[in-house]
Write a protein that binds this ligand. Structure first.
Ligand code: UDP
Length: 357
């Protein structure tokens, strides 16, 4: 079996890492990197740390409007697919790279497998939702990470091509989260200085368009973190860098350490050792759940509703008071509750591809 996998962004590298290693034991994989994320800390570092095979195609496409980026990617991916003639296209998640690849393959009648299918916010104001919905509807094999995602696919009459396989992010967290010792991690501040990870700290990631477009939302989030008893480690997404630096220059916020983005091994280790986590990332809120850490998600709609039980992950508005209130809600953990599968989603994804060939 020959599979072309298209990736382009940080969370896709993590999922591809666990699946590629299983897939390549018996099959041929051609890896296409669109270039959507290109900074060393957002791309190469993941390939190095997670031992992801070198991409066969580096398309070098990033930036521009959504349509420009998606269109340019479609043209380049179509060329690669025509050359490789794979049995499957495999894509992950919900980025412009996912959508571009799915559309290009579907038009060439190449079967499309979508891993992390069926995640829904039910709001087309969210740019990633458009990518998810369109990819699922042109997909051939839709692999859901949770039962809720599978139910969403059934509601859209896609149940006949859908399967629950578990979450490859859970596989990755199980495999990689204990590889580093927290004492060995050095954080590089955006000012260039290097510091060790504080003994006690909160972990923040925040980069969604919805939370960073305007000063007020990000400022409220940073203000909330600045009032906590322990400092906050905030690896800043490149999209947000100037904005975060400007707010710190204007408002002090000395207890928030703005750092360069960290690698996945560092991030997973920070999750394991943080007091609590505040995020707007779909990946990080699941990792908080895997690690049993209290999480507050600054977003208007549940992203992974499975995590929102017994105050394990509460939604907050981008409002300092609301964030602090939600951080104080005590979580309860039921160890028998694991909606993200058994930690072997990668094997199930490969089995599903083999079974449908
Ligand atoms: N992550 C990372 N370095 C960082 C921040 C996050 O490796 O500096 C990891 C994080 O652990 C999670 C993933 O990146 O696994 C989430 O990616 P992102 O927030 O970009 O995407 P989303 O989850 O919102 O799709």
């Amino acid at each position: 079996m020959k599979v072309v996998t298209v990736v382009g962004a940080r969370p896709q590298f993590i999922k591809a890492a666990v699946v590629s290693h299983v897939l390549r034991k018996k099959h041929t994989e051609i890896l296409v990197h669109t270039g959507q994320h290109f900074d060393h800390n957002m791309s190469d570092l993941f390939f190095e740390e997670l031992d992801i095979p070198k991409p066969d195609y580096n398309l070098g496409i990033s930036g521009g409007t959504h349509a420009e980026m998606t269109g340019r990617m479609m043209i380049a991916i179509e060329e690669a697919l025509q050359k490789e003639k794979p049995d499957w296209l495999l894509v992950y998640g919900d980025t412009n790279s996912t959508l571009a690849a799915a559309l290009a393959a579907a038009k060439l009648h190449i079967p499309v497998c979508h891993a992390e299918a069926g995640a829904r916010l039910h709001s087309l104001n969210n740019p990633e939702e458009i990518n998810r919905v369109c990819t699922d509807h042109v997909g051939t094999l839709l692999l859901a990470s949770t039962q809720t995602s599978l139910d969403e696919l059934k509601k859209e009459n896609l149940g006949g091509r859908s399967l629950f396989v578990g979450d490859p992010m859970y596989d990755a967290f199980r495999v990689y989260s204990e590889k580093l010792n927290i004492k060995d991690i050095r954080l590089r501040l955006l000012t260039g200085e290097e510091i060790p990870v504080p003994d006690s700290f909160y972990y923040l990631t925040c980069h969604r368009e919805e939370n960073t477009k305007e000063d007020m939302s990000l400022l409220e989030i940073l203000r909330a973190m600045d009032t906590l008893e322990a400092p906050t480690v905030y690896p800043v997404h490149p999209r947000n860098r100037n904005h975060a630096l400007k707010l710190q220059a204007q408002h002090g916020l000395s207890k928030v350490f703005l750092t360069e983005p960290v690698g996945y091994l560092e991030s997973a280790c920070l999750v394991l050792h943080a007091e609590k986590i505040v995020t707007d990332s779909g990946g990080l809120q699941r990792e908080a759940f895997f690690a049993g850490k209290k999480c507050v998600t600054v977003f208007g709609i549940p992203i992974w509703p499975e995590t929102m039980v017994f105050h394990r992950n509460d939604l907050a508005r981008p409002d300092a008071e609301d964030i602090l209130e939600k951080l104080d809600l005590k979580q309860q953990i039921d160890d028998s509750y694991q909606p993200f599968g058994d930690g072997h989603a990668a094997e199930q994804i490969v089995r599903a591809l083999e079974g449908c060939k």
